[in-house]
Design a protein around this ligand. Structure first.
Ligand code: TYM
Length: 345
């Protein structure tokens, strides 16, 4: 059976982009066909200025939303990254395989560090090394596939490069994974700025649909989406990005094709209305389940505790073998007498 790994970063409230680009695929497809692990990658939330209480709150919320989106702990493993030490352990080894040039070429690093510098802030070193930690997340589990939105493709490419390089230098240790993307809505764009990705913490807040937005808020945001001055509804990502984004969202929510849907609409207003309704309907069950889960935080905690135990057991042998392969001296086993004593204590 294939192994699948993916994750979401608790740097903001989860968006429609996260859902259509990743979560929905995990819940509807991946968990049923593969041995899957889904992770709230909280260490990644520390790469930019953060408020500790907010990261904790968002981590809990993200985990609850993963379950609300339909991840079933009977079918897959759901856990929090910082509960499993193997991620950080492996990340350091991979830093010894990656180069600083490779890190500086990462698009997300260039964009985020550029923005931070413009604001006069300092750039955390972890923002530069972040893709290595992401590679560790994936390689620690021997994942074959990584279901993600388009924006993560470069990071998964780097993961492949690091796995191949490590294997060539130190002997076969890692599975070389590949990224998979949904057929539509692999990059949902901001409704107010349709040439930028809908991110969790964009400057263009009114253009972001959050998973927990009330129906009337969703409707307002979609109805006010920026389009263009044309009249005819056509699907053209390059020339008509706002319209194309709406058509993709509608297609993703209703199971249609953006091109075919374009032909069915005579006006932008009608397209917006149907898109708004479709998004509200897609989010409705997720929000209902989220409310139920919020009323039972003990259940969510138990899922995360069990998930971390399962994840640890999977990652530990892989990371241990990487430690051996790279040349680190294995610790001597405990003397038998101590082992017996520890067991009876
Ligand atoms: P993050 O938290 O930004 O996003 C989580 C998932 O949602 C997808 N996504 C989108 N898809 C379509 N349209 C959008 N507007 C949109 N916004 C986000 C992302 O592609 C992603 O699949 N670096 C990762 C988290 C991560 C990870 C990993 C992922 C850390 N380690 C290991 C996979 C495997 C990130 O920042 O995702």
């Amino acid at each position: 059976m294939k192994r699948v790994f993916s994750g979401v970063k608790p740097t903001g409230h989860l968006t429609l982009g996260n859902y259509l680009g990743a979560l929905r695929q995990w819940a509807e497809v991946d968990q049923h066909r593969a041995d899957s692990l889904f992770c709230v990658v909280d260490l990644h939330a520390l790469t930019v200025e953060h408020d500790p209480a907010r990261v904790r709150r968002l981590s809990r919320q993200a985990a609850t939303l993963l379950l609300a989106a339909g991840l079933d702990p009977q079918l897959c493993t759901v856990f929090v990254q910082s509960h499993v030490d193997e991620h950080a352990r492996l990340s350091y080894l991979l830093e010894c395989v990656a180069t600083d040039g490779e890190m500086r070429r990462m698009i997300q690093y260039k964009e985020k560090s550029g923005r931070e510098r413009e604001r006069g802030g300092s750039v955390r070193l972890s923002l530069l090394t972040y893709p290595v930690l992401m590679a560790a997340d994936i390689l620690a589990y021997g994942a074959d596939e990584v279901p993600v939105g388009d924006d993560q493709a470069q990071h998964v490419e780097l993961t492949r490069d690091l796995a191949v390089r490590f294997n060539q230098r130190y002997g076969h240790t890692f599975v070389v994974p590949k990224a998979t993307h949904p057929a539509v809505a692999a990059r949902v764009m901001n409704l107010q700025e349709p040439t930028s990705k809908m991110g969790k913490s964009d400057a263009f807040g009114p253009g972001i649909v959050y998973l927990l937005d009330e129906p009337d808020v969703v409707r307002k945001k979609v109805m006010r989406a920026v389009t263009d001055s044309g009249l005819e509804v056509v699907y053209d990502r390059g020339e008509r990005p706002g319209l194309a984004n709406l058509l993709e969202i509608l297609a993703a929510c209703t199971g249609g094709e953006p091109e075919a849907l374009a032909g069915a609409y005579g006006s932008y207003g009608a397209l917006k209305k149907d898109t708004a309704d479709a998004v509200v309907e897609v989010l409705r069950p997720v929000q209902a389940r989220h409310r139920e889960l919020c009323a039972d935080p003990v259940h969510v905690e138990a899922v995360l505790r069990d998930g971390a135990a399962k994840a640890r057991a999977m990652a530990r042998p892989v990371v241990d073998s990487a430690y051996r392969a790279i040349g680190l001296l294995p610790p001597a086993p405990e003397p038998v007498a101590d082992r017996v004593l520890n067991a009876v204590r």
